[in-house]
Ligand binder design. Structure first.
Ligand code: HEM
Length: 220
């Protein structure tokens, strides 16, 4: 498994966090495939107007993004990557396609976000960042800069994983009587900014750990 070295010092914690991310992504991804049936009543009450207004584009968003969410986590398994590099490459292309189509459709539907302009703005920035991180990661793989490719794919998946953190946060608001539309202007930011910050913090800790080790190595 690929994890920042700060987490490598805590292998059990790293494993639990990694498999929680993979399993929750697969569960949310598979459940989101229901939108491919094109029946707006499958959406929550606050979401139905957006689903109806966007028709097949909404289904495209849910289907393509769900595909990326379902396969994305498995790409970080180094055993799979080493044993079946062709599988990693083809699944990676599938993931990139899912993100690009999912983000393109998200940019289209964001102006219809039921809870207004603040939510539209947050979802639009997220979609743009999702496109940028994913395409940068893909370009780096083509240039065979695999260390940088891995870092940018971690950023991309942190944004894809926003679909999970958004739904967990909806659950957290329910006991206070707050429904999706009440909190969507907040969720449009809180679903993904903390994910990116956590990833950047992990990168910084990993770099500090490596620098510390090489200083100790030089001193020995
Ligand atoms: C990361 C970039 C993403 C952006 C910018 C984005 C944007 C949006 C927007 C604007 C809506 C409508 C919200 C509203 O009307 O208030 C929506 C809904 C939805 N999105 Fe995404 N989305 C993203 C990622 C994903 C992912 C990875 C999935 C995979 C599961 C996904 C699946 C859905 C589904 C199923 C809905 C309907 C809401 C529900 O039933 O929970 N989206 N998205």
């Amino acid at each position: 498994m690929t994890v920042p070295s700060a987490l490598r010092a805590h292998p059990v914690l790293a494993s639990v966090a990694f498999w929680f991310a993979v399993v929750s992504s697969v569960l949310i991804g598979v459940s989101s495939l229901r939108y491919l049936l094109g029946d707006p009543s499958m959406a929550g009450e606050g979401m139905q107007a957006t689903v109806i207004a966007n028709g097949w584009i909404f289904a495209t968003h849910a289907g393509a993004s769900a595909a990326a969410l379902i396969v994305g986590g498995f790409q970080f398994l180094s055993g799979v990557r080493q044993r079946w590099p062709r599988l990693h490459r083809w699944t990676g292309r599938f993931y990139v396609l899912g993100c690009v189509v999912g983000a393109g459709a998200a940019l289209w539907i964001a102006p219809d976000a039921a809870s207004g302009r603040v939510a539209t703005f947050g979802f639009s920035i997220l979609a743009a960042a999702w496109l940028y991180t994913t395409l940068t990661a893909w370009r780096l793989a083509m240039q065979r800069d695999f260390a940088a490719h891995r870092r940018w794919m971690i950023r991309s998946f942190a944004l894809t994983f926003g679909a999970v953190t958004l739904r967990l946060q909806i659950l957290a608001f329910l006991p206070f009587g707050l429904m999706y539309n009440d909190v969507a202007p907040f969720l449009a930011y809180s679903a993904w900014i903390p994910n990116l910050l956590a990833v950047e913090l992990a990168f910084l800790l990993a770099a500090a750990g490596t620098a510390h080790q090489s200083r100790r190595g030089a001193a020995a």
